[in-house]
Ligand binder design. Sequence first.
Ligand code: UT7
Length: 329
Amino acid sequence: MTEIKAAITAINGYLPDYILTNQELEKMVDTTDEWISTRTGIKERRILKGEGLATSDMGTEAVRGLLEKRGISPDEIDLLVCSTVTPDMKFPATANLISHKAGIKNAFSYDMNAACSGFIYALVAAANYVESGKYKKVVVVGADKMSSIVDYTDRQTCVIFGDAACAVLLEPTTEDVGVIDHKFETDGAGHIHLHMKAGGSLKPPTHETIDAREHYVYQEGQAVFKFAVTKMADVSLSLLRQNQLSPDDITWLVPHQANMRIIEATGRRMGVPAEKVMVNIQKYGNTTNATIPLCLWDYENQLKKGDNIILTAFGGGFTWGAIWLKWAI
Ligand code: UT7
């Protein structure tokens, strides 16, 4: 029987209009453009402004453009998976809201949460549906309104994050392209370094939790930094080894965009030259679930069918992993 693979056949991002620059952050917290640029590589990030606008609105824009780009109707979609840490509401799933707003009526939809690794985990989950032969058109959305959970009085985190969404369409192919292999790992012991303290079943919201500013991202930057560098590089190298590939076989490395120094260190540790490493952190900051597809979208014009692409992410959980993808369009 011919093997079915899941190929990305379209990609489309959505970026909110508002640009929050390092210069504006200098006026908000005790920081400098120089510190942010040299320590993170970030120059500016997008912020979703406007009453009543949420993660699903960015996801919906990304999906609308995706369907238009591929020239298909919302009715043709079988499944929509959204990876996010900033759902519009605790429930229902933001994926349900995106489907509703984008007019997708013949699909089921659900959310996945693996923090910054969410998009790559969701991509593999979605690919499995396509590979089963039962699902023909599956949308994966990575979207986060990080500004809704960032404390703009905390200089350690507020300079890093931004808002964005990006969607990909997966379709079956019998060619040697698409999602080929992956390696994912998690370590829940890492939760102490990166989490949100209140708002969950452990510590439901109270006046006290709000006063203590516990509904924001809590991050021990240095601890996360060390893990991120080693884990993204090592899991990617392990994925290459299990497929008898060497770093020379990689056309593009697409690392989660959390910090320019982590991106560069990952490339160095893997032996992948800088010109093969996708980077757009300077423009968007860390958009959590959107970073990896946004890179692919930004570099789309430079991609060729058959390119060997390694997607790699590290995030809260801890979660990390890598996907080997062959570009299909
Ligand atoms: O996407 C999920 C995964 N997340 C990550 O991968 C993030 C990983 N961590 C990082 O990217 C970095 O650790 C940060 C960007 C968060 C921080 O950079 P760092 O080089 O690790 O700085 P640090 O925390 O070691 O702080 C160094 C100094 C401190 O001052 P002292 O104690 O040396 O006087 C901080 O208080 O820099 C200070 N600092 C700042 N100064 C100016 C921290 N944030 C700022 C700031 N502006 N925004």
